[in-house]
Design a protein around this ligand. Structure first.
Ligand code: AMP
Length: 288
């Protein structure tokens, strides 16, 4: 596995088309799954570039400077994880390599799915502008055939898909399911900041998503999520059911997603799961 830290070295070391996994480091088993998928896909497709992982804590997507300042940096352990997961090359640039002081790096126009009321943009203004800017920049530098993103950041996955389409980029966007701890907590680089008590309370997020899945219609599912969260003393930023692709209001019969964001202690957590609408007639016909 190669490690490069500059655009010039990336360009020189690049060995043809690759599958790309952008990350901010502090890697865990969720990231490993994305890297394993990328390595497998690149081998199956015979892509000579293998799997390329970027490790870059992108300052422009943090709307909270304290969150940026304390974001964990664990490069040596990250490199071990990348190697074990089958990565061919890691690109770990400094901020100036991505945003050179003498070069304008444009922020692409935000797709509609990024600004749906009540979701991430309402609580982290500017976040998706930063995400789109860095992902477009990384895509231009790495020029991958495909890129793998986690369903854990469901809205981000839809935003990246939409942005890729908007720019007519010939990059396949692949989504990988969320990797969880044995007790259901979605893995996140920020989980390490939870106190033992908050770590236990944080389980309410995955429990709330399970409760939602037991309901037939979005309003009942949203009420179930709020109830489970409130029992754990958590007031969510949002706990909603939306159309899975557009993140607009659920359409009758369409594929939906239940999405939650909440602060537990001083850690902001997000999680989501598929939500299948069941109309009462269909449900009773199915004996539900
Ligand atoms: P991050 O380093 O947090 O920016 O995440 C890099 C990529 O890993 C993103 O595509 C995330 O959606 C994905 N990711 C983060 N946590 C998980 C998880 N628990 N399971 C699957 N993918 C994840």
């Amino acid at each position: 596995m190669k490690l490069v830290t500059t655009r010039a070295d990336l360009r020189a070391a690049r060995n043809g088309p690759a599958v790309f996994v952008p990350t901010m480091g502090a890697l865990h088993a969720g990231h490993a799954r994305l890297i394993e998928r990328a390595a497998k896909d690149s081998a199956a497709l015979g892509l000579t570039g293998g799997c390329i992982v970027s490790i870059f804590v992108n300052p422009t997507q943090f709307n909270d400077p304290a969150d940026f300042a304390r974001y964990p940096k664990t490069l040596e352990a990250d490199l071990d994880l990348c190697r074990a997961a089958g990565c061919s090359m890691v690109y770990a640039p400094a901020v100036d390599d991505i945003y050179p002081p003498d070069e304008e790096v444009p922020t692409p126009p935000l797709p509609e799915v990024a600004t749906r009321p009540g979701l991430e943009d309402a609580h982290r203004p500017g976040h998706f502008a930063g995400v789109c800017r860095v992902v477009k920049r990384l895509f231009d530098l790495v020029r991958p055939a495909a890129a793998v993103f986690g369903e854990k950041d469901w809205q981000q996955l839809q935003v990246v898909r939409a942005m890729t389409q908007q720019h007519g980029l010939d990059i396949e966007i692949v989504g990988e399911p969320t990797v969880r701890e044995a007790d259901g907590l979605a893995m996140s680089s920020r989980n390490r900041f939870l106190s033992a008590e908050d770590r236990a309370r944080a389980l309410a997020l995955s429990r709330a998503l399970c409760a939602a899945a037991g309901e037939k219609q979005p309003p009942a599912a949203e009420a179930a999520m709020r109830r489970v969260l409130s029992e754990a003393g958590i007031i969510p930023e949002y706990a909603v059911v939306r159309d899975a692709a557009t993140l607009g209001p659920p359409r009758g019969g369409g594929v939906c997603r239940a999405l939650i964001a909440a602060r537990v202690g001083d850690v902001r957590l997000i999680d989501n799961a598929a939500f299948v609408q069941r109309h009462s007639e269909t449900a009773s016909a199915l004996g539900l």
